[in-house]
Write a protein that binds this ligand. Structure first.
Ligand SMILES: [Fe+2]
Length: 140
């Protein structure tokens, strides 16, 4: 769950970064798409942290810990809009992978509430995946 929190936080920050820095003739479309994604991921951060507290552990809240734990890489470069979308789409799949792994553990431990919570998060990221892939033009 700590990896889920750190990965979601890194994903949130990258989407917000792209929201700020995207450029090009379709600026507003990308700007809004990235906003939709970062708002959802930011909303999730608090819930994930509180699930960790509910399980009896401390929730990591430091950048150094997030860098250690996150499966989404930090990004300091600026690139074109389509590459931003592709990067976020690949990162979104990493978020889904860590959430699914946590969900399998929750199912094994019979933590039904947590399992359901994680399913909701996974579903939201499936939706992000559709929107990002559709924007790239290779949605299936
Ligand atoms: Fe904004």
């Amino acid at each position: 769950m700590k990896v889920c929190l750190a990965t979601t936080f890194a994903f949130y920050l990258k989407a917000h970064n792209f929201h700020w820095n995207v450029e090009g003739p379709l600026f507003y479309n990308y700007h809004k798409l990235f906003q939709k994604i970062y708002e959802d991921a930011f909303d999730a951060v608090d819930g994930l942290a509180e699930e960790i507290r509910t399980l009896g552990s401390f929730a990591p809240g430091a950048m150094s810990r997030y860098l250690e734990l996150s499966k989404v890489d930090d990004e300091i470069s600026f690139f074109d809009a389509q590459r931003m979308v592709k990067t976020l789409q690949m990162d979104n799949e990493r978020v889904i992978a860590v959430l699914e792994k946590a969900q399998r553990t929750a199912a094994k431990e019979k933590c039904v509430g947590l399992e359901n919570y994680l399913q909701d998060r996974i579903d939201r990221h499936y939706k992000h995946n559709w929107m990002l892939k559709a924007t790239l033009g290779n949605a299936k």
